[in-house]
Design a protein around this ligand. Structure first.
Ligand code: ATP
Ligand SMILES: Cc1cn([C@H]2C[C@H](O)[C@@H](COP(=O)(O)O)O2)c(=O)[nH]c1=O
Length: 201
């Protein structure tokens, strides 16, 4: 039996890692493979170097995309072929939404172009949970957390959020949008319901 790929997406501070930890300790997902992008490989390390410095935005996209290709080849495809459930904290939609913003002065329709360069080799998720939140609330949460990435700025995150919502509107059969400006218990319930309906089909 073929496995399932479930991805968690959303702007910085939207609550993806918090829900990933919840799922990781939930008995229903004891055999699932938990992963993330940027990955923990040397390419993922290079990505973190790029986003912690003033790297050219196109070079940054290429690094994120190389990390994605390696992630698919070494972990995602083999796990899915073994019939596993794979849960990834960020995946290709992060590139469409974030680099769709960072490259908007460099080209016309960057989001469509980035999607085009993924076509034919990426694996499309069975389910994408989009953690949606007002960027002002997300940035406030991030500031309490301490560490910051260069993308944690309200204006940029507003554009990233709009890109995510456009993606969700175009593919309603893949996306489930979760309002994360709520109590954790309510979010957990919606997440479990969305995942269960995909796994049981
Ligand atoms: N529903 C919630 N209500 C209040 N605070 C929350 C909620 N969910 C998460 N938080 C807090 O918000 C902060 C950011 O959450 P988290 O690290 O899970 O976000 P993230 O989407 O993984 O962020 P990033 O993409 O930047 O890693 C954390 O301090 C977390 O404890
Ligand atoms: C995969 C991916 C990530 N990003 C951005 C989103 C975040 O600001 C950082 C990763 O940091 P995290 O807090 O460890 O999730 O990188 C991106 O711009 N493009 C991508 O493809």
């Amino acid at each position: 039996m073929k496995g399932k790929l479930i991805t968690l997406e959303g702007i910085d501070g939207s609550g993806k890692s918090t829900i990933t930890s919840f799922l990781n300790s939930h008995p229903s997902f004891a055999n699932a493979v938990f992963t993330r992008e940027p990955t923990t490989s040397w390419i993922g390390d290079a990505v973190y170097k790029a986003i912690q410095s003033d790297t050219d935005e196109l070079a940054e996209l290429m690094l994120f995309t190389a990390d994605h290709a390696d992630h698919i080849a070494t972990l995602i495809r083999p796990a899915i072929e073994e019939g596993k459930i794979v849960i990834s904290d960020r995946y290709s939609d992060s590139r469409y939404a974030y680099q769709g913003m960072t490259l908007k002065e460099r080209m016309e329709e960057p989001m469509e172009w980035i999607q085009m360069i993924h076509r034919g080799w990426t694996i499309i998720p069975d389910l994408t949970l989009l953690f949606d939140i007002d960027p002002a609330v997300a940035v406030q949460r991030c500031s309490k957390r301490g560490e910051q990435t260069k993308f944690e700025k309200i204006d940029l995150l507003k554009g990233v959020r709009e890109n995510y919502l456009k993606l969700a509107e175009k593919e309603p059969e893949r996306f489930v949008v979760i309002d994360t400006d709520r109590k954790l218990k309510e979010i957990e319930k919606d997440v479990l319901q969305a995942i269960t309906s995909i796994i049981e089909n």
